[in-house]
Ligand binder design. Structure first.
Ligand code: PNS
Length: 167
């Protein structure tokens, strides 16, 4: 594998829950960089359905076949975490232009707080452009089929867990 030697990057997100869109970005990053830390971080404007521990466990399960991926969680500033682990970049997936303004604001803020970490945007794969964790939760909570949106290894537990939450 020709990934860039000795470069650690962080893929942060709420991952509530992880979708095939997230996993695609994580996999692509793992093919470019020597170490990818998938970080469950806290988005204070969202009320999560899954606990941090559940989200970490799901991410560990879906990335267990990717040797250079680690999963962690952090309840603090992303910029402080990137400093702590010496990450050279923050990797984010961009679905549509509507993501851009918010993501660009976060990228500039994170660059100000830690000038040593660049934010890099990976374009979502065409088939995942419309996909979001909140859409998946909405579909599952109304009994819809989310088979194509959630990685196979965690599909049943995610569906059961979302049912339990509503019941
Ligand atoms: O998947 P999301 O909810 O779009 O991810 C957003 C997330 C969690 C990456 C962002 O809210 C974040 O970085 N939170 C950590 C706290 C922080 O550093 N906030 C300031 C960002 S400029």
């Amino acid at each position: 594998m020709n990934n860039i030697t000795n470069i650690t990057v962080v893929c942060p997100g709420s991952f509530d829950p992880v979708t095939v869109g997230h996993l695609d970005i994580i996999r692509r990053a793992s093919q470019m960089f020597s170490k990818v830390i998938v970080l469950v971080s806290i988005n204070r404007s969202k009320k999560p359905s899954f606990t941090v521990e559940e989200r970490v466990a799901m991410l560990k399960k879906v990335t267990e076949d990717i040797p250079n991926v680690e999963v962690d969680s952090y309840d603090g500033l992303l910029a402080d975490y990137t400093k702590k682990v010496g990450a050279k970049a923050i990797i984010k997936g961009l679905r549509a232009m509507s993501d851009f303004e918010y993501e660009f604001q976060m990228a500039l803020t994170n660059k100000k707080l830690n000038p040593n970490a660049e934010t890099m945007f990976f374009s979502s794969s065409a088939e995942n452009m419309y996909l979001s964790s909140s859409m998946v939760k909405l579909i599952a909570s109304m009994g819809g089929d989310v088979t194509d949106f959630i990685p196979k290894t965690i599909l049943n537990s995610v569906v059961e867990r979302l049912k339990r939450k509503d019941g």
